[in-house]
Structure formats: structure tokens, C-alpha cells
Design a binder for this molecule. Structure first.
Ligand code: NAP
Length: 285
């Protein structure tokens, strides 16, 4: 067992939180970099929480000291490349042995915002001279649907995706892949595109939500401006709504495909969307 802690950045978020939980369950020593340590209090004594802010490079050294492997993610913000560059530089300074970076399916090949930011950051990591593994998950099940408001209000799932298929993944399975990559050899220099095992149209997603909630749900293939208005009404900031619209465009273009990678790394089928809905039924009630 490794004696050096594994550093997790983003532990107060969706994937990072699940990753810390699974690493602790696997008996690993975990350190968390948090800009607001109070938000990491739920991990109690299971993980060592160190204050640091990716936007302030001088704060990063204590978290990286003595670390052999680090998991790095950033929220989808325009500063992503700078924030991750600060993390890569701190890792290099601390002679970290292996960086696992959470990127995004389509990074560097899809033309707009988030995929450009991730593509630029991936290139920087590849050029860093450090050992790296890049995880490119598809749309999170936790973001499917993007908003429950219209489903609750009038039983409609409003997405501008036509009858094209989407791929999804459970964040628990992204974390499980990250655990394997952080704790076993042979993943250096690899880019892993991660999906579950089935591709679903908007109508099929609506059907599954209806079956899980016991309420009728109808898919509305809305024009992009209507889908955007629905997101804004649910509280999405303009930039986030625009990024979702860009995502819908890539779906209509048929650019998302299934990969066997998560199943191969995990040695089991990834969780299905039905499973996700069952496991989170209480939250949708
Ligand atoms: N959502 C999807 O469908 C999807 C699909 C594919 C890929 N992705 C990628 O997944 C990533 C986001 O993962 P996620 O949803 O698990 O993240 P998340 O839930 O949004 O959490 C972001 C984490 O980053 C931390 N953070 C933000 N700014 C920081 C800073 N300056 N210094 C230190 N920590 C900082 C946050 O801490 P605080 O608690 O302090 O805010 C939080 O722990 C994005 O890069 C996105 O492109 C998402």
C-alpha cells in the first residue's frame, strides 16, 4: 500500500467527493485541497484537508508536498486552463509522480467553449514532462436532465436534441475508474473516454424518468432558443445555458458514441441510467 497520500482536488464537488469516499473505502491515505475547508468537513478524519485555492498559486505548495499521485479537476469556467495550469505547476514543483486529470469527452475536437478549454489544458499537461492519465467522461447522469423544473411543473423534458442518441455515465463510475488509475500501474500516457453501455434519445430518457417517478414525462424536442429559455428560467447563468446549447448541437450532429473503456477498466458493466434513477429516487420525490 502506498504510504504517500493521494491528493484530490475538487473533493467538495460531484466526482471528487465520490472519489474521496471510494479511496477511503479502499484504505488509501487521502489528502484534499479545499479553498473552503468547512465544505470538506463531511469527510471527518478520513481525509487530511489542506487549504489552498487554484486561483492563487502561492497557496498550493502545502497540499502538494509529499504527494505521489494527484487527481485534478476544475469546474467548467473560462479560467479552467489557468486554474489547471497552476495545479500542474505545483505538482511539478513537488515532483508528483502521476497526474490524473478529469477532462471531457470531445476535448480538443469539439469546437466550442468547454471542449476548447479542456483541449488546451490537456495539451499543457502532455507537454509538462510529467506522467499523466486523462479521463474524458461523457454527460454525467447527475446532469440528466439538466433541470427537473419542467418535469415537475408539467411533465416535460425540454432538450434540443431531436431524436439523436446521447451517452451518459454515472459519476460513481468515473470515480471508480479514477481509483483504478490512481492505485494500479499501466495507465500512464492513456486517454480514457468513459461512457456507460447504452445510448439514449431524449424520448427514451423521458420514458425512463417516467418509469422511475411513476409520472408521465413527455420529451419536447424544443428549438434551441426555447430550450435556452427553459434553462434560464431554472436559474442557469447565461454562460452555462449557452454551453448546454452547444452540447445539444453536438448531440444533433451525432458526435457522441459508446466506448467499452469504463467496463474494461472496472471489470464489470458501468451502472445504467435506470440504476442511477433507482438509487436517487428519494431526491426526485
Ligand atoms: N457535468 C457533466 O456532465 C460533465 C461531463 C463531462 C465532463 N465534465 C467535467 O467535469 C468537471 C467538473 O466536475 P464536477 O461536476 O465533479 O465538479 P463540481 O461538482 O462543479 O465541483 C468543482 C470542484 O472544484 C472546486 N474548485 C472550484 N474552483 C476552485 C479553486 N479555485 N481552487 C480549488 N478548488 C476549486 C470546487 O470547490 P468549492 O466547493 O470550493 O466550489 C469543487 O470541489 C468539469 O471540468 C467538466 O468539464 C462534466
Amino acid at each position: 500500500m502506498a504510504t504517500h497520500p493521494i491528493l484530490v482536488i475538487g473533493a467538495t464537488g460531484t466526482v471528487g467527493g465520490e472519489l474521496v469516499k471510494q479511496l477511503v473505502e479502499a484504505g488509501r491515505s487521502v489528502r484534499i485541497l479545499a479553498r473552503n475547508p468547512a465544505k470538506a468537513a463531511r469527510f471527518g478524519r478520513a481525509a487530511d484537508v489542506v487549504w489552498g485555492d487554484l486561483a492563487r498559486p502561492k497557496t498550493l505548495d502545502p497540499a502538494f508536498a509529499g504527494v505521489e499521485r494527484v487527481f485534478i479537476l476544475c469546474p467548467p469556467v473560462p479560467e479552467l486552463e489557468t486554474l489547471e495550469a497552476n495545479a500542474f505547476a505545483a505538482a511539478k514543483n513537488a515532483r508528483v509522480g502521476h497526474i490524473v486529470n478529469l477532462s471531457n469527452f470531445g476535448a480538443g475536437s469539439f469546437e466550442s467553449t468547454i471542449w476548447k478549454w479542456h483541449g488546451a489544458s490537456e495539451n499543457r499537461l502532455r507537454a509538462s514532462g510529467m506522467a499523466w492519465t486523462i479521463l474524458r467522461p461523457t454527460r454525467f447522469m447527475s446532469n440528466t436532465p439538466y433541470t427537473w423544473d419542467s418535469i415537475r411543473e408539467n411533465g416535460t423534458l425540454i432538450e434540443a436534441t431531436g431524436d439523436s442518441k446521447m451517452t451518459l455515465i454515472d459519476p460513481r463510475d468515473i470515480a471508480a475508474v479514477a481509483v483504478r488509475v490512481l492505485t494500479s500501474p499501466g495507465h500512464e500516457g492513456k486517454v480514457y473516454e468513459l461512457t456507460a453501455s447504452e445510448a439514449l434519445s431524449g424520448a427514451e430518457i423521458a420514458q425512463k424518468i417516467a418509469a422511475a417517478t411513476g409520472r408521465p414525462v413527455r420529451f419536447v424536442d424544443a428549438p434551441p432558443e426555447i430550450a435556452r429559455a427553459s434553462l434560464l428560467k431554472s436559474g442557469f447563468p447565461e454562460l452555462a445555458a449557452d454551453m448546454v446549447l452547444q452540447y445539444f448541437a453536438t448531440v444533433r450532429e451525432g458526435r457522441w458514441y459508446l466506448t467499452p473503456t469504463a467496463a474494461e477498466i472496472l471489470g464489470r458493466p458501468p451502472r445504467s441510467f435506470d440504476q442511477w434513477l433507482r438509487d436517487h429516487a428519494a431526491a426526485f420525490a
